[in-house]
Design a protein around this ligand. Structure first.
Ligand SMILES: Nc1ncnc2c1ncn2[C@@H]1O[C@H](COP(=O)(O)OP(=O)(O)O)[C@@H](O)[C@H]1O
Ligand SMILES: [Mg+2]
Length: 299
């Protein structure tokens, strides 16, 4: 049995706009999939279809339960962390999680709720009103809320947008642990780094269509095959003489050079050192997800 089956799914908004165009893919149990796509690609539309919030044409099954025919059982197997932050502003953090447990008919859930609060660093906010939480805390509460019923399949829609670096790492660690414990995970993101850290497979969508399905390794190789650039700050103006051909741009004392690979980085640094240029600062710009997309699309 697949954890998630998406069969010929189409979504049309307002009788006209096709947000999902014959989407097909399957997730095996234990997969950790990155669903990648630029803004407007259709990621949230797909997730809303899986969670039964959106109407759609086609077939979606969660742990074998058909979302259109057996939503109750499909939902029991599914935890979704939505992209939009939304809570009942009159409930506390604890009440929110208890209420959510009630919705899933889970009782005697206190130990798990306490653990979720602990993992999401919200224990000291248990009795705070949800409207008093910061954006990052709300995001963490959304994660906890999606997990109260220990679903087999967990979907996170851009869970780390607007979350600071440390909390982002906490969320990553927690998701990784859930994955190791056997949960199947689908994560949507803009961030290449997030996919590289977490996922074992990727699915890319663009304009509602699946444009690529590959292993993480393939994605990383693709990224490594694309040119990056290196920014070098120096006060020295004899800089360009030998590296002229590589300079992409210059502003004030910052030069941006084309970087073909790590070897070329060493060559650049050696050339600079040999000519006695004093480097103030170095910054490497890796390709972004958008660059990889364009490459997949052959643009
Ligand atoms: N409720 C809606 N009504 C009309 N169009 C929508 C609605 N929701 C999303 N869209 C459109 O569908 C496309 C896909 O949106 P979305 O699924 O939110 O993409 P993503 O999550 O990848 O950014 C976008 O062009 C968006 O404007
Ligand atoms: Mg979205």
């Amino acid at each position: 049995m697949f954890a998630l089956e998406i069969n010929n799914v189409n979504k049309i908004y307002g009788n006209k706009f096709k947000a999902l165009d014959n989407v097909n893919f399957r997730l095996a149990q234990g997969d950790f999939i990155g669903l990648l796509g630029v803004n407007g690609a259709g990621k949230t539309s797909l997730i809303s279809s899986i969670s039964g919030v959106n109407s759609f044409n086609g077939e979606i099954k969660v742990m074998g339960h058909d979302v259109l025919r057996d939503l109750v059982n499909a939902k029991k197997q599914l935890g979704v962390v939505p992209q939009e932050l939304a809570f009942d502003p009159f409930l506390t953090v604890m009440q929110t999680l208890k209420f959510q447990s009630g919705l899933y008919g889970v009782s005697d859930n206190q130990a798990w709720i306490d653990e979720l609060l602990e993992r999401m660093h919200l224990t000291d906010k248990a009795h705070a009103n949800t409207r008093s939480l910061s954006g990052g805390m709300k995001r963490r509460l959304m994660v906890a809320q999606a997990l109260v019923h220990k679903p087999a399949v967990i979907i996170l829609d851009e869970p780390t947008v607007g979350v600071d670096v440390e909390i982002r790492k906490n969320i990553w660690e927690f998701i990784s642990k859930l994955h190791k414990e056997g949960h199947t995970i689908l994560l949507t993101t803009h961030y290449l780094e997030e996919v590289e850290q977490l996922c074992n497979k990727i699915i890319m969508i663009d304009k509602g269509k699946v444009i690529a399905e590959s292993s993480k390794q393939e994605l990383i190789e693709k990224a490594n095959g694309l040119p990056s650039s290196i920014e070098i700050e120096t006060m020295d103006d004899k800089f360009t003489s030998e590296l002229d051909g590589l300079v992409l741009s210059k502003s004030d004392n910052k030069y941006t050079l084309k970087l073909e690979n790590n070897k070329s980085m060493m060559q650049i640094l050696n050339t600079l050192t040999a000519s006695g240029v004093v480097i103030e600062n170095i910054n490497i710009n890796r390709p972004k997800l958008e660059d990889i997309f364009l490459d997949y699309l052959g643009r």
